[in-house]
Each structure stands twice: as C-alpha cells, then as structure tokens.
Write a protein that binds this ligand. Structure first.
Ligand code: FRU
Length: 501
C-alpha cells in the first residue's frame, strides 16, 4: 500500500476500518507528526480528517467531547466518533473511537449527534448513514449508552426512521435535550420540497419518539438543507445555532461556502414549536472557517460551545500532510444587552506563562510590538477610539507575508485580510472579511494563536473571527501602526501546550 494516497476513490473511502494495514497507518502517523502546522492546544486529529464536534457533555465528573473523524486520510471517508475527555476543558485526552461504522444501521458512517447524561450513563444520539447498491442514502437516528467505564453499547433498534412523506434522506444531526418533563430531539432536515427545516421529536422513554412538527424560528427560506441544529438556553432565552446550506446571500450576507448562523429568541413555546420574538439571522463567526458549532447547557450553569474549524468541500494545505482541520477552543455563550457573546472559558488562563506588557503611541511607521513571537500565544490589545491603523500578525522580516487586521475606530470597522498570510487556500471564497463595530469606541482584541489557527475575539466576545492560516517558521513578528497618534496598550502571554504531541 502506498504511504500517501492521492486517488481517493469511493471504494477506498468506504472500505472497512480494519482493511487499513498497520504499515499504512504507521506511515500516515509519521507523516502527520512532521507537519509544522500541528497545534499545541486545539483538538486536532491524530491523522486523517476531523469535522463536527459531537456529544459535548459533562458526565461522571468529567467533560466529554467527541468528534466526527475519518482517521485514514485527509478526506471525508466513512465517519466515526472519536472520544476525548477533560477535567478542565483545556487539557484533553484521546480515548479512542467508541462509535465505529460497524453495524448495519451505520455501515456508511456514524454521523453527527449529541449526548445527554441519564442516571449513571451517558446517552448518545446520532445519525446512522447507510447506502444501498445504487448508492442511495438512508438516514437512521440511533442511540447508544456509554457507561462509567466509557464503554459504549449501541442500541440495535433505530430510534427514529425518516418519514419520507415529509423529509428526504437528508435528515441528520439530532440534538437531544431534556425539556420540562420529556426529552426533545431537534434534527437537521430537508423536506420533500427540498427546503431546509429543523424537525422536532419528543419522547418520554428515549425509545418511542413522536414527531411534533418543524421548528418555527424565521420566515425566510433556509436553503436546501439545515445541518447541525442546536438549541441552548441562556437564562431561559433560547439561542438556536444551525448551519443552513444554500441560503440566499440576500437574506444574510456571508462569504463562506456555508454559514454557521444563529438567532436569539425571548422564549420557546413547545406547544407551537416556536422561538418567540426571534431576531434576524446572524453569522455566529465573522471569520473564514467556522462550522457545525455544538453547544450545551452545562450543569455548572454555563452554556458552552465548540466549533469545527473547517468547512465542507474546501481544500486546506495540510491535505498534503495527511491531516485536516481542528476544533475551536471551548467558548462560553452569554447574552449582554440583547447581544450574543462568545468567549473562551476562563479555564484557558491556566495555559498562560511568560507575560509581557507593551504600550505606546501609534505612528505611521510600523512599530514592532514583538519580534519573536512563538506560534502559541494569547495577546490582548486595546486600541484607541478615533484611530485608523493596522496590526500585522505572523509577519516575516521583510514584511512580505502577514495576517493583516485593518482597524478603523472612527467609523467602526475591522477588516481581516489573510491573502498574504502564508500558503494560499480557499481564495475563491474571498481573502478578506469585514466586520462592523461601534464607531468612536475603543477596540479590544483578544487573539489566540496556535501555529495554524487564529481565534480573534472582539470586545470580549461581541464578535469572533476564526481562521486557519499556514505560515512558515519565519513569520514571527507582530507589528502595529496608526495615523492619529492614539495610544495603545496590551499584554501577551506564551501559552503552554495542552495536548500530547
Ligand atoms: C456537517 C455534516 C453533518 C453530518 C456530518 C458527517 O459538517 O455534514 O450534517 O452529520 O457532517 O460527517
């Protein structure tokens, strides 16, 4: 078997996991380990492809997080769930692959889903993807129990079959949660008119499920499919996260192939399945690479979420190295003055070390804030109001390559430009993103850098810009300039590694 496959036929992508030889796997793992773009504190696949976060939960005194994986190459092959455990939402331990595509109900992929602790076990609800000889798809909503030893046992009988009078087989990604005195599951769907919907089911025993209808949360058409719907409550206010595919850009401006969107409501009425007083549709992330965000209400009262940093149908440079994509930091969702905020959980401060502070006056000539940043740091910068300037991260010594943040705190605008940030990719979806900010107001940027990921939080989470970039090892300078002589200040911390390499 070749060490690096280039021709990923359907047959190869769907062959049973046990067909991959130990030699092939060893070569693949060693290829991945040579990558300069591996991450130090973001969850990444050991090899192959990672996509959606699944089953994010707190169970048996630990945090559990699963993700969609195809471990044998950087392609969307036959999917399984990899399991990670953490005591602190920062350090994660790999637990193996408890949900394999090895039963007749999920033979062509263990697709996305969620988890809910019930008594002394964790209930996993997910989509089984199967295909017949004609390669026609069937989607089954399935269940499994995980015990306190983290052993998973699948339930043989499907929980929900697709009702083909109402939906096509694009019917997946159940989110299970307790609501009042029963369980609800919301499922991403395409109806028979090929419109994206969110289906709602109810059960009292997790075995018998009753269709309640479609969720009402907007008057706009939601494209041809809604993936990964996710409902959480922040002080009783519903927050619905979801990924509409094929949404008209006249209904929401977005540049990514598919957006990860959200709406906020004032309350949820189960009787009519309505999110009341729903806001207009908004982008959850203003960057280039966020999709399939999964959130849950943790027992400590926080609404926590994690995103896939990657998008369907887009090529990334690590393809050549045998791995693709990663998860975001764990972010807490809050609502302030009617706005959704997302900010990394405070536990992440544990990674901070070697603090440096800086301050000064902005000038037209670029000043070097730091000449030798590592590739793992957190920087917090306060930029003055009524200033126009730029910040260059990941700059090389000749300033040919950099990630450019252009800020205008006069009219209120931030532009991120990754066109020269390293190896180019996904340029067909634009190389810049522009974000509106309050005008005449100081701007705070909190930036987490991890080798080939950058998560930028604006004004403590009012907006978020997440992106991948693929710099070379010389891109270690941080530069700043501005035209109105305003004063800036900031701090930078090295961040420790939280993952075993
Ligand atoms: C979203 C998605 C889900 C599906 C999973 C398959 O990225 O397409 O709808 O369950 O990925 O890996």
């Amino acid at each position: 078997m070749m060490t690096q496959l280039t021709n990923w036929t359907t047959e190869l992508r769907y062959q049973p996991y046990q067909s991959w030889s130990p030699e092939y796997i060893k070569n693949l793992l060693s290829k991945v380990q040579q990558s300069d773009w591996r991450l130090a504190y973001h969850i990444q696949p050991q090899s192959g492809l990672l996509n959606d976060p699944n089953g994010f939960s707190y169970f048996n005194n630990q945090w559990h997080l699963f993700y969609q994986a195809f471990p044998y190459g950087p392609v969307h092959g036959i999917k399984s769930w990899v399991h990670m455990i953490s005591d602190d939402l920062v350090h994660w331990n790999y637990q193996g692959i408890p949900l394999l595509p090895d039963s007749q109900n999920d033979s062509h992929g263990v697709y996305s889903g969620s988890a809910l602790p019930i008594d002394d076990k964790l209930f996993l609800m997910y989509t089984g993807n199967i295909r017949n000889h004609e390669w026609e798809r069937k989607a089954l909503q399935l269940g499994a129990w995980m015990n306190q030893e983290n052993q998973v046992t699948k339930i043989e009988t499907p929980l929900i079959l697709t009702d083909t009078e109402r939906y096509t087989q694009n019917f997946r990604d159940p989110q299970l949660f307790s609501y009042e005195d029963s369980y609800l599951a919301i499922i991403g769907a395409q109806d028979t008119e090929l419109q994206g919907k969110i289906a709602v089911f109810e059960s009292t025993n997790l075995t018998d499920w009753q269709w309640l209808g479609n969720l009402t949360y907007t008057d706009l058409p939601m494209g041809f499919m809604v993936e990964c719907p996710n409902l959480v409550f922040i002080e009783n206010q519903p927050v619905l996260l979801f990924c509409p595919q094929g949404l008209a850009t006249s209904d929401l401006s977005y540049q990514n192939i598919y957006p990860n969107t959200y709406i906020l409501g004032s309350s949820f009425t189960k009787k009519t399945l309505t999110i009341e007083d729903a806001t207009t549709l908004r982008n959850l992330d203003e960057g280039f690479d966020v999709y399939a965000t999964q959130a849950f209400n943790a027992p400590d009262g926080r609404a926590l979420c994690v995103s896939w940093i990657g998008l369907p149908e887009i090529d990334y440079p690590t393809y050549e190295e045998g791995w693709l994509h990663c998860l975001s930091l764990v972010k807490e969702l809050t609502i302030k003055d009617g706005e959704l905020y997302q900010y990394p959980v405070q536990e992440l401060k544990k990674l901070r070390t070697n603090q440096r502070s800086f301050s000064g006056k902005l000038a037209k000539n670029e000043q070097e804030l730091i000449s030798n940043t590592s590739f793992t740091y957190e920087a917090e910068l306060k930029l003055p109001k009524n200033e126009i300037g730029e910040l260059k991260l990941f700059a090389d010594s000749l300033i040919n390559q950099y990630l450019r943040l252009y800020f205008d705190t006069v009219s209120g605008k931030l532009t991120v430009d990754r066109s020269k940030s390293g190896v180019p990719f996904a340029e067909e979806f634009g190389v810049t993103r522009e974000i509106d900010l309050p005008s005449h107001t100081e701007l705070t940027l909190t930036i987490f850098v991890d080798h080939s990921v950058c998560e930028i939080f604006i004004n403590h989470g009012f907006k978020v810009i997440t992106l991948r970039l693929f710099p070379d090892e010389t891109q270690t300078s941080l530069l700043i300039s501005g035209i109105n002589s305003g004063e800036y200040r900031g701090e930078i911390w090295e961040l420790n590694r939280s993952l075993t390499p």
